[in-house]
Ligand binder design. Structure first.
Ligand SMILES: N[C@@H](CCC(=O)N[C@@H](CS)C(=O)NCC(=O)O)C(=O)O
Length: 202
């Protein structure tokens, strides 16, 4: 059975959300960051950087949360969570999936570190403010798309909403999401999904 190495609510929740949306059978191993298990010699054989998620099957092992989401969705084409390859809709899908991990994750990481997680004396205001500005610019881009749409690709939920929806969860945690009402509405819609509730309530 495929196995997900995870530590909720970190980015492993992206992979888990896709697994739950697709009703996949999988087992889970919690890598407890509070106990430093991600840096253990054992876990370093699974992921040399000590990161989650890692998704292992009999045929392949993957890290990179968004890539795992996209792969799982491709393995379940009947679920309809991604547009047909080669279509304009697929182009948009790729774009927002990659935007989540390349444009939003690093900024959210900086906001979290420099406004919440680091001891106060180690927080750097300039880094936090630059990241907050960066988030606002990107949230405006997303809001422009979502103002007339329920989901990123239109009326249909897709893997792009898992990728970006995870960022909304992270932005809510860092308290920057409420500055963006269109994203708040979108995130509220995502929170109503059964798979979301199963993954994020733990
Ligand atoms: N780009 C990777 C990032 C993975 C990553 O950095 N995961 C974090 C949790 S969100 C981690 O495992 N950090 C290890 C640590 O904090 O020691 C992905 O999206 O999967």
């Amino acid at each position: 059975m495929p196995k997900l190495f995870e530590f909720p609510p970190t980015r492993s929740n992206r992979a888990k959300w896709a697994l739950e949306e697709l009703h996949c059978d999988y087992s889970s191993e919690i890598i407890d960051f509070m106990k430093g298990q991600q840096q253990s010699e054992d876990y370093k054989t699974v992921h040399p950087l000590g990161h989650v998620p890692v998704y292992q099957t009999d045929h392949y092992t993957m890290h990179e949360s968004v890539a795992i989401v996209m792969q799982l969705i491709d393995e379940h084409p009947d679920a309809g969570l991604a547009p047909e390859p080669g279509t304009p809709e697929r182009a948009e899908y790729y774009q927002w999936c990659v935007f989540a991990s390349s444009e939003l994750d690093p900024i959210l990481f900086d906001i979290m570190k420099h406004t919440m997680h680091l001891p106060e004396e180690k927080r750097i205001r300039q880094i936090a403010e630059r990241a907050q500005r960066g988030f606002r610019a990107r949230a405006d881009m997303l809001s422009e798309v979502l103002v007339n749409r329920d989901y990123l690709l239109g009326s249909k939920f897709s893997g792009a909403d898992i990728a970006i929806g995870y960022c909304c969860n992270w932005a809510a945690y860092t308290k920057i999401l409420p500055d963006h009402p269109v994203l708040v509405d979108y995130y509220t819609r995502l929170q109503q999904r059964t798979a979301f509730q199963k993954v994020f309530s733990r």
